[in-house]
Design a protein around this ligand. Structure first.
Ligand SMILES: *[C@@H]1O[C@H](CO)[C@@H](O)[C@H](O)[C@H]1NC(C)=O
Length: 299
């Protein structure tokens, strides 16, 4: 929009800018205070028993742990992975816990495959997915010029493009019922740091989450929540060989996150709340559709 500058317009523009700035500062103060209180007074967890939780990349790493944790909380899980044998192993673990699991072999980078399997899930289970956990992720871990083109493309397709396909497949029903939750598993490496293909794709995932949250906010869709999870480097094998520089002897907070922390992470998802990052907390989340400015500042 082109605004022809006149003294009046400039003055008005300045005033609007100052008001915006004031509002933002007030927002930031409000969220810092609110979330500081919540560190002590934890919000109640959202009951998820009976929800249908779809997890991508369920065959290993975080995906498997999420499947087990959501099962413990009483949810039924739908497991998607490109590797059917590792996916079946996750399903077996879930069933041993007394949970219900269905497995689908899906390549999330292939949108037709995603749409077809989404329809299949709906048909097989006779109901809609209410929580979508976009967890599938890959890393090439090579320097920019050493990284083969196909690996760069694969990382972007799995870590970023796939988010669009799965959300397009499941969000319409969530919106129609005004009930649902979309969880994006990004990474702290999506906020800063250096691993060319991985960081770029995870920055994209963070941006995807923010746009989605904002869109739902703008459309006043109150029943569909979003959560961004930025785990620190987790010892699932994805980052084998990755070294962490110890700074200021803060070993406790700058170490690899053990897989046990995932339990805590799952709890955070079902708090579905915004949390203030602290150096002693490995998982930094932004919860239910809070304003974008606050998101970026808190992360
Ligand atoms: C699939 O998973 C199995 C079991 O975890 C593993 O042994 C196999 O190497 C995986 N296949 C591929 C293609 O990654």
């Amino acid at each position: 929009i082109l605004i022809i500058s006149s003294p009046l317009h400039t003055k008005l523009g300045n005033m609007i800018f100052l008001m915006d700035l004031q509002m933002m500062i007030l927002d930031v103060i409000y969220f810092i205070l609110r979330n500081s209180v919540r560190i002590v007074m934890r919000p109640r967890t959202k009951p998820i028993d009976g929800e249908l939780v779809l997890i991508t990349g369920a065959g290993g790493g975080l995906g498997r742990l999420f499947a087990q944790e959501f099962t413990k909380q009483g949810a039924e899980v739908v497991l998607w992975d490109i590797n059917s044998s590792s996916n079946e192993q996750t399903a077996k673990l879930v069933r041993e816990m007394g949970g219900k699991a269905s497995t689908y072999t899906v390549d999330v980078t292939n949108k037709e495959d995603v749409y077809r399997n989404a329809d299949l899930v709906r048909k097989d289970l006779g109901r809609d997915v209410t929580i979508l956990v976009n967890n599938a992720g890959v890393v090439a871990g090579e320097r920019m010029l050493d990284c083969p083109d196909e690996m760069v493309e694969r990382t972007m397709k799995v870590n970023c493009h796939a988010l669009f396909w799965t959300v397009k497949a499941f969000l319409p029903q969530m919106k129609a019922q005004d009930h649902g939750h979309i969880v994006t598993i990004a990474s702290v490496l999506g906020l800063f740091s250096t691993a060319c293909d991985y960081c770029a794709s995870k920055f994209a995932a963070v941006g995807f989450h923010e746009s989605l949250a904002h869109e739902l906010l703008a459309e006043q869709v109150e029943g569909v929540k979003t959560t961004l999870v930025c785990p620190y480097i987790v010892d699932t094998g994805m980052f084998e060989g990755c070294k962490i520089r110890y700074v200021l002897h803060l070993n406790a907070c700058i170490s690899f996150v053990s897989q046990n922390n995932i339990v805590g992470c799952s709890r955070f998802i079902i708090f579905s709340t915004t949390s203030v990052p602290s150096p002693f907390r490995h998982f930094k989340l932004t919860g239910a559709n809070s304003p974008i400015a606050v998101h970026s500042l808190f992360l």
